[in-house]
Design a protein around this ligand. Structure first.
Ligand code: ZN
Length: 324
């Protein structure tokens, strides 16, 4: 039986936590560090920056959100350069190819909550220059761009301008956390594939953070990706979960034709609890082995854990800018 699996995870909150807790990317007691990620066959990771709420999950004042964000980015750059023998900041597909050649982990940057740049379309150039390749339109609070899950608020005119400018710059729109209304408003205007970086199936677990079958299918048809989230409350209604809950979401999305569109977005370091048997980034190997034991094809596990996200990155995270 195989021991190691390749992993390309679309969402974690590790970078934000490293900055807030003054910890090291190389080795720490969080869910992700480079030491444990090195136990995987390969590891590429979107590191999300979520600077929207305080420790009591109340909205941060705008100026504090923006300064916390810039501090977290600067701290993460320092962590990357301290560990540049084994991790590479990937600003585009070419960097991913280089990371693979140098046998390094790839670190990709994404924004979770555009409050960190004042919800300002004119600041997306700045975001792109910082190396960011993906952004959500909301976290869990309504903002000037759109409404979050659990509300019936849609996409505003400013939100539409934000989407247009992001897509011109080659920044991917991440629909996780978005309301259903805003999601469908977005579908009317999107000019590029979209990603739900860390969302599960609402049929399997009826949480507003999860996707309906119709949402999943339109993301697939647009050539986007959906990343499976490990957070137990998004896996089932019991509050605790295990590998079989993850597999139920996986099987459901595969049955909808998601073989080439399904990925993982573990939400590591964004969850206060994980499924039984999952302790951190190293546990993708355990989940992979378990899925093979359950009879899942090796090719399917590789596609979901890694290959679909790699193919998406190579195709859509290009160096060139459209429209300046
Ligand atoms: Zn999130």
């Amino acid at each position: 039986m195989r021991e190691k699996f390749p992993v390309f995870d679309l969402h974690c909150d590790t970078a934000t936590e490293l900055s807030l807790q003054k910890k090291s990317l190389g080795s720490n007691d969080l869910h992700i560090d480079l030491d444990r990620a090195d136990r995987l066959l390969t590891h590429h990771q979107f590191y999300a920056f979520c600077c929207v709420y305080d420790r009591a999950f109340q909205p941060l004042p705008a100026s504090e959100a923006q300064s916390q964000f810039l501090r977290a980015v600067s701290d993460f750059y320092s962590q990357i350069s301290e560990n540049n023998q084994r991790v590479k900041l990937c600003r585009n597909a070419e960097d991913l190819i280089a990371a693979a050649k140098e046998a390094k982990q790839g670190a990709f940057l994404s924004l979770e909550g555009p409050e960190a740049i004042g919800c300002d379309p004119d600041r997306l150039d700045e975001l792109k220059d910082l190396g960011f390749l993906m952004t959500t339109l909301t976290w869990n609070f309504p903002n000037a761009l759109a409404g979050p899950h659990g509300t019936d608020l849609g996409l505003t005119d400013l939100g539409k301008a934000f989407v247009r400018r992001a897509q011109e710059l080659g920044i991917v729109i991440d629909v996780s956390h978005l309301s259903e209304k805003a999601f469908w408003d977005l579908i009317d205007v999107t000019a590029a594939p979209i990603v739900a970086s860390h969302s599960n199936s609402r049929v399997i677990c009826p949480h507003t953070r999860n996707l309906t079958d119709e949402q999943f299918k339109v993301i697939c048809n647009l050539g986007g990706l959906v990343g499976l989230n490990l957070y137990p409350p998004f896996l089932n209604e019991k509050g605790s979960a295990d590998f079989s809950d993850i597999k139920r979401h996986l099987d459901h999305f595969l049955a909808l034709g998601g073989e080439h569109r399904l990925a993982i977005g573990g939400d590591l370091d964004g969850c206060d609890c994980l499924p039984t048997g999952f302790t951190g980034v190293e546990s993708w190997n355990d989940l992979g082995r378990w899925l093979l034991q359950q009879g899942m094809e090796e090719e399917t596990v590789n596609s979901v854990f890694n290959n679909n996200a790699v193919m998406f990155a190579l195709k859509h995270l290009q160096k060139k800018r459209v429209g300046g």
